[in-house]
Write a protein that binds this ligand. Sequence first.
Ligand code: SF4
Length: 449
Amino acid sequence: MPSENSSRLQNSVGSAPTAAIITLGCKVNQYESEAIAERLVALGFDVLSPADACDVYIINTCTVTAEADRKSRQMIRRARSLNPGAAVIVCGCYAQGSPLEVAKIDGVAFVSGSGDKLRVADAALEIVKNGIPSSPVVSAEAPPTTYEPMEISHAPKTRAFVKICDGCDGRCAYCIIPSVRGPVRSRRISDITDEVTRLVAGGCLEVVLTGIETASFGRDTGEKFIDLLRAVDNVPGIRRIRLGSLDPSIMRPHFIEAIAGLQHLCPHFHLSVQSGCSKTLAAMRRRYTAEMVEEAAAALRAAIPRVMLTADVITGFPGETDADFEETLAFMHRMRFLSAHVFAFSARHGTPAATMECQIPPAVRRERSSKLISLQRAITDDVIAEYIAAYPKDEILLESAGGQLSGHTPNFIETVIKQTDSTQSLVSGRIYDVLFTGCQNGVAYAEVI
Ligand code: SF4
């Protein structure tokens, strides 16, 4: 039954109804939000910025940590405050794991999960036509087991995220994601290359191939990850291919040899390393040791010129002693990552790690995080300084024009461009040759040549 808010929504029919999407979490969520946005447009919506007063707000949530849950709830509440008459629709991993909790938040009209995401656009249209239901509709069934077909035609920014697979078959002790995203489901290679071809034809120069566990691509279909990379590498006009976060165990000699032969694959790999202590990695149920990561890094550096590595690291996993943490610090010194995302361990209800003995006090987890972040900052500055001394010239894909001009090199060094009269004509989304002039605080500085 329509509520008192329905008249407000129906006022906007006649002109196009308006919607905004707020996205939390990973690159897969960002891809899915873009697909939802394109579906909204196909249904007749104007898709605006979340800062605009819209008829409908869609919040695409994340649940990877307790902090992600908190931010998801905060964004759901904030959407209502942007326009108190708007309908709020919630989907994504947090909604999949806690649908009833989401439905209790004031103003939520529709709750969907991590599967069948495009239906939130249909729900938005339904609400615009018929009004906000008097009580929230909850439509988050069991986690999806089949691949939901969706596609995008436009790169939302300068680089486009392209989803290649969903779900995860891993059972890492700390991770809640398999229980909300379901098992590995891969797209077909032909489907992905068609999408990349469309994006490149629309002017996109860089695609990021991404999945929940990117390296699991093809496990369910029999197609090979390396065949996908070769196929995308052959798309006419593609300039840069980047990969989403990778399990380090994929970096075996034959794979490294194969990717070293690709023309457009960026020499940058983000490895979900998680710890530099093999004992902790075993407790996490990761499928590699710290030594294997070091060997893979050495092989990548030997095979691929200018390669840079970045990493995710968790501090304070249950049972991580001071000595284990010191091992991780020493590992980070040796690995010389370009950057690292450091997370304090967050116990997720329903995972083995949440009930393990020897939980580390939250203050210690945070203290270890701060220590690791400080160390990595110093390493980052060092790595960039060494790189620009060895390679004074590079190219960047310009990501922001107008105010500050900046972009990334192929190996993912963030680079700020010195503004001059001639830089006023630079165009975001294009690639420019640059000469480095210095670096500071994790950023390189350069001028266009
Ligand atoms: S590989 Fe492990 S950490 Fe990654 S999504 Fe799967 S279970 Fe989670």
